[in-house]
Design a binder for this molecule. Structure first.
Ligand code: MN
Length: 192
């Protein structure tokens, strides 16, 4: 059984950059939905294996990717936020960013432009790609499309409307720009 993480901060801890109401709904309703539906899908898959009835397998595999990826990305997203401006990238992360992007500002610029241009609902991630032995910035459509197999997400931002619409309306650029203040770099550093 997949369990929800408990938030490592209070609902109002990210204000004014990310308001308590959006965070509460995002965590209690949307994130919970992904975790619950992942567990329901696992139950249905178990039933299919037990009965040998795989007539619904295509739908179940799709649900597993969708809800499972939604649950994982939300966990990373909530974990890689924290009280405003308390942390910064480690020397190791800064060194890797400089090596792979030229400098920190260039990585940030690519991350922000990639986030702004996510088509409809999706995510933007800073990832480690073991196969390439380097960092990359990726977009992800919905939760599960456009990924690079085997990459390790380091920093993720939720670009679904539910993540910013209450507070920022259609102003994606402002959301991303202000969100940058509540990154918990301690968590990102550890993931690297
Ligand atoms: Mn979300």
């Amino acid at each position: 059984m997949l369990k929800m993480i408990s938030l490592p901060y209070r609902y109002d801890a990210l204000e004014p950059y990310y308001d308590a109401q959006t965070l509460k709904i995002h965590y209690e309703i949307l994130y919970k939905g992904y975790v619950d539906n992942t567990n329901k899908t696992e139950e249905k898959l178990n039933l299919a294996r037990n009965t040998g009835d795989f007539s619904n397998i295509k739908c179940l595999e799709k649900d597993l990717s969708f809800y499972g990826s939604g649950a994982i990305l939300h966990k990373l997203f909530f974990e890689n936020m924290g009280k405003p401006k308390q942390t910064e990238p480690s020397e190791a992360l800064k060194w890797q960013i400089q090596k792979d992007f030229g400098n920190f500002e260039r990585m940030k610029a690519q991350f922000i432009e990639a986030a702004k241009s996510v088509e409809a609902s999706g995510w933007t991630l800073l990832v480690w790609v073991p196969e390439f032995n380097r960092l990359e910035v990726l977009q992800c459509e919905k939760h599960q499309n456009l990924t690079l197999w085997g990459c390790v997400p380091l920093l993720v931002i939720d670009m679904w409307e539910h993540s910013y619409f209450l507070q920022y309306k259609t102003n994606r650029a402002e959301y991303i720009d202000r969100w940058w203040n509540i990154i918990n770099w301690d968590v990102v550093n550890k993931r690297l």
